[in-house]
Design a protein around this ligand. Structure first.
Ligand code: G1P
Ligand code: ZN
Length: 543
């Protein structure tokens, strides 16, 4: 067993996006491609010899092969121990939990989140730092810089190590410790939420359906929801993780989780529906025939947080990504706690949580979480909702409507235009930039533009500045339109349009969001010239 140093040449496209490096599987399978990136991580993080690393992924196609390569490279790069989930599996929040609980130096998480998998699907890799969260921009930039200069990588020449039995084995001088991927995470959940009251709710006939979408949360949800909370077998659907997610698109929204949506909006619907994504960090919450927007979900959880044992002493603060609705801001104001507005991507929440400034955070993209880990956490959000429902003894819909009546409703929707040629997408964004001066102060239908800018963020903890985080058009009544290019796609460009209008009038809270936002949608298309510039006349996905 010897360490081989392999000569290589850089790839120019290894710049991590919103959440790590994501490419099609065949790109990662190119000779040296994964190895270059992994060596670039190791070269950038300066882990002391003998450090421990956490490794796991969402089980998608190429997960096992990638993990074998990473283990052999970790051994050749001086790591002393690697904690790896059984079968190479760790959901993203479980990986964060393991990094924190066992204080490993960092972790490598293999996932392309909600993107489809399979031999022609997507694959991804990201590095998480010792707080359990995604590496901040200064680290990802260092990794990218290294990837452009790399000329060799180190790998142990040895047979594959078994990942299918819990226990320890040796890889050169390094120990590979295969761990139960579910237990630590499930214990953490049990420490945060009132499991006995949720058990009581379920024993009393409250019916739920959780859609694991053939992705990583199946085993987690079966252990927690069916075993520890006693929900009847079958409450977790699509619970067997598959490398291609059963040919599905494991994104928990009204479009892709249609199987669940049909059940929850159908006859004999359960009282509660929820879904999580490929790697278990996203969530969708549904009541009987009722959809909770992720922005509202964050606000409702914040307003009810003290009902859960883990949050009974209150929240230090709340953070939301810029495009997320301001519903949470209103709760923060009522609670007298700060609310931070960060760029898109979970990596911006870590510093605020480490500094004790925020407890809950969320994104409109079906991401909700807290300082229990440093990733968003799908099942955590589901359990939090169940805890709130059990404590309040009200339906999901009643809880949300009561919330709106108290705080007003931030009517919200996101329109995605996927697979746009990059030049056309850049043209839309440039046109918007060029229009800032003429738009500011102008009257557009019944809306008057208060400001137009490209969002910049200065991290209050370390002072780092992130620019170009999305075009904002703010109106005098607090309504907003935001335009961003996706940073997670692997094909062409995706334009996201985020629309938000504040509605204090309870008499209008029943309106469908698309109806209530119709005028803003028209304004967004007009000011961006999106239809002319892209040739598209409708969004690909509306959430
Ligand atoms: C998307 C979401 C963003 C989320 C990220 C990772 O990124 O919009 O909120 O943090 O996925 O789940 P985007 O493709 O917009 O860059
Ligand atoms: Zn995800």
């Amino acid at each position: 067993m010897s360490v081989r140093t392999v000569a290589t040449t850089p790839f120019s496209d290894q710049k991590p996006g919103t959440s790590g490096l994501r490419k099609k599987v065949p790109v990662f399978q190119k000779p040296h491609y994964l190895e270059n990136f992994v060596q670039s991580i190791f070269d950038s993080i300066a882990a002391p010899a003998g450090s421990t690393l956490t490794v796991g992924g969402d089980g998608r196609y190429y997960n096992r092969e990638a993990i074998q390569i990473i283990l052999k490279m970790a051994a050749a790069n001086g790591f002393g121990r690697v904690l790896v989930g059984l079968g190479g599996i760790l959901s993203t929040p479980a990986a964060s939990c393991v990094i924190r609980k066992y204080q490993t130096f960092g972790g490598i998480v293999l996932s392309a989140s909600h993107n489809p998998g399979g031999p022609d699907g997507d694959f991804g890799i990201k590095y998480n730092i010792g707080n359990g969260g995604p590496a901040p921009e200064k680290v990802t930039e260092a990794i990218f810089a290294r990837s452009k200069a790399i000329n060799e990588y180190r790998i142990l020449e040895t047979a594959d190590v078994s990942l299918d039995v819990i226990g320890e084995s040796r890889l050169g001088d390094m120990t590979v410790q295969v761990i139960d991927p579910v237990a630590d995470y499930a214990d953490l959940m049990e420490s945060l939420f009132d499991f006995s009251s949720i058990r009581g709710l379920l024993a009393g006939g409250f019916r739920l359906k959780f859609d694991a979408m053939h992705a990583v949360t199946g085993p987690y949800a079966r252990e927690i929801i069916e075993k520890r909370l006693g929900a009847p077998a079958g409450s977790v659907m699509n619970s067997v993780p598959l490398p291609d997610f059963g040919n599905g698109h494991p994104d928990p929204n009204l479009t892709y989780a249609h199987e669940l949506v049909e059940i929850v909006y159908g006859d004999h619907a359960p009282d509660f529906g929820a879904a999580s994504d490929g790697d278990g960090d996203r969530n969708m919450i549904l009541g009987k025939g009722f959809f909770v927007t992720p922005s509202d979900s964050l606000a409702v959880l914040a307003a009810n947080a003290t009902l859960a044992p883990g949050y009974k002493s209150g929240l230090a603060g709340i953070a939301r990504s810029m495009p997320t609705s301001a519903a949470a801001d209103r709760v923060a104001q009522a609670l007298g706690i700060p609310c931070y507005e960060t760029p898109t991507g979970w990596k911006f929440f870590g510093n605020l949580m480490d500094a004790g400034k925020v407890t809950l955070c969320g994104e409109e993209s079906f991401g909700t979480g807290s300082d229990h880990v440093r990733e968003k956490d799908g099942l955590w959000a589901v359990l939090f909702w169940l805890n709130v429902v059990a404590a309040r003894k009200q339906s999901v819909e009643a809880i949300v409507r009561e919330h709106w009546a108290k705080f007003g409703r931030n009517v919200y929707s996101r329109h995605d235009y996927e697979g746009i040629p990059t030049e056309a997408a850049n043209g839309v964004m440039k046109h918007l930039h060029d229009s800032f001066a003429s738009l500011t102060g102008s009257q557009l239908g019944s809306y008057k533009v208060l400001f137009c800018d490209d969002f910049s963020y200065t991290d209050p903890i370390d002072g780092s500045v992130s620019t170009g985080q999305g075009v904002r058009i703010g109106f005098t009544d607090g309504s907003r339109i935001v335009f961003r290019l996706s940073g997670t796609g692997t094909e062409g460009a995706t334009i996201r349009i985020y629309l938000e209008a504040y509605e204090p009038d309870v008499g209008k809270h029943h309106l469908d969001a698309q109806v209530a936002l119709a005028e803003l949608i028209g304004i967004a298309l007009q000011v961006s010239q999106l239809r002319d510039r892209t040739g598209r006349d409708a969004p690909t996905v509306i959430t």
